[in-house]
Design a protein around this ligand. Sequence first.
Ligand code: CUA
Length: 339
Amino acid sequence: MKRIVFLFSCLALAQPAFAAWAQDARDPGGVQAAHIHLLWLVMLAVTTIVSAAVLIAFLIPLWRAPRGNEETPPDPEAPLREERGASRSVIVAAVISVIGLFGLLVASVATDRALAHLPLDNGISLEMTGHQWWWEVRYTDANASKEFSTANELHIPVGRPVTITLKADDVIHSFWVPNLHGKKDMIPGRDSIIQLRADRPGTYRGQCAEFCGYQHAYMALVVTAEPAADFDKWKQAQVASAAAPTDALRTQGQQVFLTSTCMMCHAIQGTTANARKAPDLTHVASRPTLASGALPNTPDNLKNWIADPQKIKPGVNMPATALAEEDLRALVAYLSGLK
Ligand code: CUA
């Protein structure tokens, strides 16, 4: 019992940041997930009926079998006598099975067709790249000055179709936001596309669904589906360059960032840091989590993360950054200000 309690408390701890967010294929937040949910319900109904029928077919002969006791004489002829109606029962069962399987096939093809026919007028498009172990998100635009990158979170407008081009940088990952659509693999060197639409505002949790190494479980993302006005506001804020530091501590923090190893992998728009190896930190403080869902985004967590990422997410590509305590404090103050 103690062990079970311990296991469950470990599981609870493993989900600190996203615990409250929906990740449930049975609660569709958009039309694509609704198609898949409907197929799931049909399959559940058919397989439940089949299981019940098989069980009943098994119980009836048990019920009907002749009863006996110690005095009943043996009947060695019994297995040799032909059963009444046996071949008819087998034929009926076979026909029902074929009809059932064919029905599931039709439902499955119809679902596939429905998924492929999402109307794409007035849609938005973006790119997602899977990395070990985080999601790079790039909002593309015909006007290059309106493009921007973020990490581990998507914002999408409710009611408008979203076309996401999926890529992978290192190994195969799989994009999966159960409330919005099914899974789609992200394969290195082969772009694929997933099209979805959120019809209900909400915050939906997503999870990498293809084992991609040590920290596969800590490769989560969050999708915020919001009204168009909120989405435009978010986008405008994300396109802007990072806020310049306004006080001495943050100015020092920016200097620490630009003179330490941080800038070899990260970018902050509006500064000289423009590496693309790791998440773009231009608006890092606006994100709900750190390290792809491993931690809620708080200054304390950020500090611990920078000081020793391996302790929080063993195997992660980010090395520990050895900094004097006051430099670390300044760096955290600077990054926490990047809303
Ligand atoms: Cu990426 Cu599992």
